[in-house]
Design a protein around this ligand. Structure first.
Ligand SMILES: [Fe+2]
Length: 135
């Protein structure tokens, strides 16, 4: 792993961990953090219009949680990392991608505990995106 990729992967995990572990829910149950730190469908900040290819998509089966980011993968522009965190900030899993990976898809065993989770997807050009979901 190059130092730049390592830095980005570590940054995404650190931001996600800080936001999710220390964050709190507001009245409308949205994450609270400054705009342009992490992005959601609702809060796209300075990346307005990029949600469609950056917000992680979630599929839950009887045994797995599958995270997919519908984003092109190339040497110059790709998804660096996915993380899965529960509502208390506990990491469930993470996957670091290479720019040569064909798709940004990661799979995790379905947790036996917890109902609310957060998936993150970090793009090397368009920063950190978060999707909250319940199972
Ligand atoms: Fe991107």
């Amino acid at each position: 792993m190059t130092s730049r990729r390592k830095f980005m992967a570590m940054s995404a995990a650190a931001v996600a961990g800080t936001l999710l572990a220390g964050g709190s829910a507001s009245a409308d149950d949205e994450l609270e953090f400054p705009y342009n730190v992490a992005f959601t469908k609702k809060h796209q900040g300075h990346w307005e219009g990029k949600a469609g290819s950056h917000v992680p998509e979630i599929e839950v089966t009887d045994t797995e949680i599958i995270i997919t980011t519908p984003h092109p993968m190339s040497e110059s522009h790709y998804i660096v990392r996915h993380t899965l965190v529960d509502s208390k900030g506990n990491p469930i899993g993470a996957h670091t991608f290479a720019p040569t990976d064909k798709y940004a898809v990661s799979r995790y065993p379905r947790p036996s505990k917890g109902k609310k989770f957060y998936a993150t997807s970090f793009c090397n050009l368009h920063d950190l995106w978060v999707e909250k979901f319940k199972i």
